[in-house]
Each structure stands twice: as C-alpha cells, then as structure tokens.
Design a protein. Structure first.
Length: 127
C-alpha cells in the first residue's frame, strides 16, 4: 500500500500551479514555491536546472500549446522523498488532451522539488 502523505500531494499541487501559471510574475513565484533553487527538470525534450531555466521550459510549453492547462490524472503515489503521478495537457476550449505523461519527483526536507524525471506517454503526431 502506498505511503502517500499530504507532503507528496502538496508538492504535486505546487508543481501544477507552476505549470499552469499564466503570467511572468505568477510563474516566477510558483516555480520558486515548488522547486529548490537548484532544482532540475528532465524529460525527453528538456534537461534544465534552476528557477530561470525551469520557468523558460514552462513558458515554452505554453507558447507551443496556447489555451491548454495541465491536470493530474489519477492520484499521487508517494513514499519517503519520492512521488509519482500522471498528467495530461488539456484544451480549455474542447477538452482535447493531445499530450500526457508521468513524472517522478524527489523532494527536500521542506517538501520542495529537487528533481523531476518526466516521461511522455502520449504526444501529437509530428511533435
């Protein structure tokens, strides 16, 4: 049985707040709240470290998919300093979800993200 705790759920909620931030100031604040200063994000398309690079990756996703929002699918599964969860990128207009993935995050003692390992489970053709 998973040892999921509020700590894991809270960290994942902050993660989605960052990915769904709409303006530069909101994005900066959300990334700072979610990740440690030297936190990392690695997926098949990105390998970045630090708040500025994290914010740039998130901004690029919004530029590529305007009018989309990230949402959790299923529940957060966590133990110790690690959690895993799945997500999808959903159109606010028609509910289409062309991109989906699964991420594994590692947390520091305060519950901030030190690393994200992302996997893309569904991507649009030609992407």
């Amino acid at each position: 049985m998973p040892a999921n705790t509020d700590r894991h759920v809270t960290a994942v909620a902050r993660y989605f707040e960052a990915w769904n931030a709409t303006g530069p100031e909101e994005l900066t604040n959300a990334v700072t709240a979610a990740w440690t200063e030297d936190g990392t994000y690695t997926d098949p398309l990105a390998d970045v470290r630090g708040h500025a690079q994290l914010a740039a990756v998130i901004s690029a996703a919004h530029e590529q998919f305007p009018g989309f929002t990230f949402r959790l699918t299923g529940s957060v599964d966590g133990h110790h300093d690690t959690a895993r969860f799945s997500w999808e990128l959903v159109s606010v207009t028609d509910g289409a979800a062309p991109v989906a993935g699964s991420d594994v995050i590692t947390l520091d003692a305060e519950g901030r993200i030190t690393s994200v390992l992302g996997f893309l489970d569904r991507v649009p053709a030609g992407a």
